[in-house]
Design a protein around this ligand. Structure first.
Ligand code: AMP
Length: 191
């Protein structure tokens, strides 16, 4: 199986690039942010819980997030592989994902880490706010909190995959097509 962790700060282009990766490699796309937002829309207990964290720019607790992710993976027994978008966001989540993959006799193939300068991230999130309808994009204070949370809790996850020699840094600046090409080359090099 081809299991890709697509990593990067908020606004790095993970959602956009996931779409191109799933088309090319026929993978199942699991975005924890999208799943939380669907639960919020559906008014589920999980959605109500997640909303209280998302609105503050904080992370939803690991236990809840890991359990949700595992049950989503289990919904796709026929999958040829997965793109994990926005997960893992803490080292504890990365460890749990490895244990879970191991229990399925599977593993993470690589982490593709999109790198974008902070000023460009802010600009992108600002323009995304005009169309995304996401309340966490609309408030500059929440954006700042998300960037701070990323630096403090999520950036160390890259070290976790670097230690396993699975980290591939990708320049996330340029046209969507140019960035997709870089990602495809990195995936093809893992064969
Ligand atoms: P995203 O759509 O990936 O930008 O995620 C939006 C929000 O959902 C984040 O700011 C977090 O509050 C929450 N979230 C998404 N993925 C995770 C995760 N793996 N762990 C904890 N919280 C998450």
């Amino acid at each position: 199986m081809l299991n890709i962790v697509l990593f990067g700060p908020p606004g790095a282009g993970k959602g956009t690039q996931s779409e191109n990766l799933i088309k090319r490699y026929d993978l199942v796309h699991l975005s924890t942010g999208d799943i939380f937002r669907a639960n919020i829309k559906g008014g589920t207990d999980l959605g109500n819980l997640a909303k209280s964290y998302i609105d503050k720019g904080a992370l939803v607790p690991d236990e809840v997030t890991i359990q949700m992710l595992e049950s989503e993976v289990n919904k796709h027994p026929e999958a040829k592989g997965f793109i994990f978008d926005g997960f893992p966001r803490t080292t504890a989540q990365a460890e749990a994902l490895d244990r879970f993959m191991d229990s399925r006799n599977d593993s993470i193939t690589c982490m593709l880490a999109l790198e974008v300068p902070e000023e460009e991230l802010r600009q992108r999130l600002k323009s995304r706010a005009e169309t995304s309808g996401r309340s966490d994009d609309a408030d500059p204070q929440v954006i700042q909190k998300r960037i701070d949370t990323y630096k403090r809790e999520t950036a160390p996850v890259a070290d976790y995959y670097r230690a396993q020699e699975k980290l591939v840094a990708i320049n996330g600046v340029g046209s969507i097509e140019a960035i997709s090409k870089r990602l495809f080359e990195a995936v093809d090099a893992t064969d």
